[in-house]
Design a binder for this molecule. Structure first.
Ligand SMILES: Nc1ncnc2c1ncn2[C@@H]1O[C@H](COP(=O)(O)OP(=O)(O)OP(=O)(O)O)[C@@H](O)[C@H]1O
Length: 596
């Protein structure tokens, strides 16, 4: 994690990200830098003109007005052209920086969408959001700080040094002595502030994560009366963030401006002392005075870029931490999608000797063998943690199953083209996950479906009537997470969404756990309507949902315990299915007659 890295170790990843982000616009960057050099060169002419005016005209009382006016106008024109060139440079480099952020943000988001499901088992949503939004912004800061300020400052510094070298090499060497002192100050500053900068960034991301988590779990938070505890935890993080920022600021306040301003004053004193030594108690000669004027101007031009460079280090470090984190996210391996041609035609599923472990040494499925004929309805039941969802996740290719153990029709699962698999296999998850969009958009999910197809899917899911009863029918916005609908209604929309793709196989993962008996019957009718046309695999805690299935698979500790129709399984005396049914009847006597 970048948090544990020293700031020096952040430079590599940050620089790689910066180079990659700017690569498509290398010529724009080079042109921007060329403008920068030109502007610095023009700006460096000012003090030279001043020196020439003092040396050649003012001190010798040589009042050649046209020449003096020409000199002043020339300096003015150089200043104006420099300002115009600065504008061009700013527009060019700012454009590059903003386009880089835009590109990188899209790349990070696209990358996150392709990450394997295992990544999301550990990911913290708020932190991921931070990576995609705030941390990508770091790239812009890197551009602005590195290219605009630091590079610009270095160019101005070099210009001023060159002019001083030309005027008086000895004096220039005295000024040059300032540079190592500033390098020392910057090194000390980095040492003191780097841990605080990294911590500040981490804490900001934790603040985001807590806000996202609290909002997502608001009903639990409020009902568990946990809001005060969460507020205290947030305040603790926020205080940590404040203290960390203070540590950063303290390093800034001590080391940057004040130290450099002192150095500036010392340097000016040293220059005056050298001049007084040269004059040996006499008044300064004309030539000396012009050079003194030019040097005082140039020293300001040397100190100011150095101040700028050191002042940028705080920003630069923050940006590097952010950029390194974006880089780390981009380094996460994507779900491999090998090119494959396999097709799903009928929807027959074969599972052979399937064993699987999330962590090696802890298998959750053992030697599962199973055939699900095309168009049949398989129910999967079993105690909690018995591996039902895991089996479904493997069939959905959310986690890689051992090669060859799963087949659909004539193809091994891993040999089926990914887009085709997603098209042909529909999923109704336990949490229906609705977008803050209309019913129509929620069913279409970005697919190019006609209104007729959407309506047909809604009818097949028995959701059509319910949607028509909403005030704007299919165009009714469903609110964030489908907040406008009941859980059962959301489930019907989710079923319609799965059916709209006309899948050959439909997986339902406890789709009826949280709905009332009446809605469950609607779901059952919807499933009945699909029988023979679509292969249905439904995990159910509510046994009544799968009572009518062709066969029911009972999983126990990751093994196939029983397999058969409801009647066959009920006939096994002391069997697990029979016991599950009896337990459910005790829990919910209303279902006694239905399930038995
Ligand atoms: N992403 C994961 N990483 C590690 N272990 C996991 C993961 N998902 C599930 N498990 C473990 O695998 C085992 C089977 O879990 P699974 O979710 O498949 O059971 P389930 O039968 O669907 O349970 P439930 O009925 O409670 O949903 C459990 O011990 C669980 O802790």
């Amino acid at each position: 994690m970048p948090s544990e890295k020293s700031s020096r170790r952040l430079v590599g990843p940050a620089a790689r990200l910066l180079l990659r982000a700017g690569a498509p616009e290398r010529s724009q960057v080079l042109r921007g830098i060329a403008w920068m050099v030109l502007a610095a060169g023009l700006e460096a002419l000012g003090p030279l003109a001043g020196k020439y005016l003092i040396d050649s005209f003012l001190l010798p009382h040589h009042e050649n007005l046209p020449a003096m006016a020409g000199l002043l106008l020339g300096a003015l024109a150089a200043g104006l052209v420099a300002a115009w060139v600065r504008y061009l440079q700013l527009m060019r480099l700012a454009g590059v920086a903003m386009r880089s952020v835009q590109r990188i943000r899209e790349r990070v988001y696209a990358h996150v969408l392709r990450l394997p499901m295992a990544f999301f088992d550990h990911a913290i949503i708020g932190q991921l959001v931070s990576r995609v939004t705030n941390d990508t912004e770091a790239v812009k800061t890197l551009y602005v700080q590195v290219l605009f300020v630091i590079l610009d400052s270095l160019i101005v510094l070099t210009g001023a040094m060159a002019a001083m070298l030309w005027l008086d090499p000895h004096l220039m060497l005295i000024v040059l002595g300032l540079v190592p002192v500033v390098v020392l100050v910057v090194a000390l500053y980095r040492r003191l502030s780097a841990p605080a900068v990294t911590r500040t960034r981490e804490l900001r991301s934790e603040l985001n994560a807590q806000v996202a988590e609290s909002i997502a779990g608001m009903p639990v938070l409020q009902s568990a009366n946990a809001t005060a505890r969460f507020r205290t935890r947030f305040a603790g993080l926020n205080e940590g963030h404040y203290q960390s920022r203070r540590r950063e600021l303290r390093a800034n306040a001590w080391l940057l401006r004040p130290v450099l301003d002192c150095l500036h004053t010392l340097l000016l004193a040293a220059l005056l002392w050298v001049f007084s030594q040269r004059a040996g108690g006499e008044a300064l000669g004309a030539l000396q005075l012009g050079i003194l004027y030019a040097f005082i101007s140039y020293v300001a031009r040397v100190v100011e870029p150095l101040v700028q460079i050191t002042m940028q280090f705080s920003q630069l470090q923050q940006a590097m931490v952010g950029a390194a984190r974006v880089h780390a996210l981009l380094e996460e391996a994507e779900q491999p999608v090998p090119p494959a041609q396999g097709r799903i035609t009928r929807g027959a599923i074969a599972v052979r000797d399937l064993s699987f472990a999330y962590q090696s040494g802890h298998p959750v499925l053992h030697d599962v063998t199973l055939d699900i004929p095309a168009g049949s309805f398989l129910g999967i039941v079993g105690p909690t943690g018995s591996g039902k969802s895991t089996l479904l996740s493997l069939l959905l290719r959310f986690y890689p199953a051992p090669a060859g153990n799963l087949r659909i029709d004539d193809a091994a699962l891993e040999a089926i083209d990914d887009a085709h698999l997603r098209e042909r296999v529909g999923l109704v998850p336990q949490d229906p996950f609705l977008l803050a969009a209309s019913a129509r958009e929620n069913i279409a999910m970005g697919r190019d479906l006609s209104d007729a197809q959407i309506e047909a899917a809604a009818r097949a899911a028995h959701a059509h009537e319910m949607i028509l009863r909403l005030e704007r029918g299919y165009d009714t916005p469903l609110g964030e997470g489908g907040a406008r609908l009941s859980v059962g209604q959301k489930q019907l929309v989710a079923i319609a969404r799965a059916l709209a793709g006309q899948p050959r196989i439909l997986f339902l993962d406890e789709a009826t756990s949280h709905i009332d008996t009446e809605t469950e019957q609607v779901v059952q009718s919807a499933l009945a309507g699909l029988r023979g046309r679509v292969t249905i695999v439904a995990i159910a805690h509510r046994l009544s949902t799968v009572r009518d299935a062709d066969r029911i698979l009972v999983l126990h500790h990751g093994r196939v315990a029983e397999l058969g129709s409801h009647a066959q399984l009920m006939a096994i005396d002391g069997g697990l299915y029979q016991r599950l049914v009896q337990m459910q009847q005790l829990e919910d006597p209303d279902e006694e007659t239905e399930a038995a």
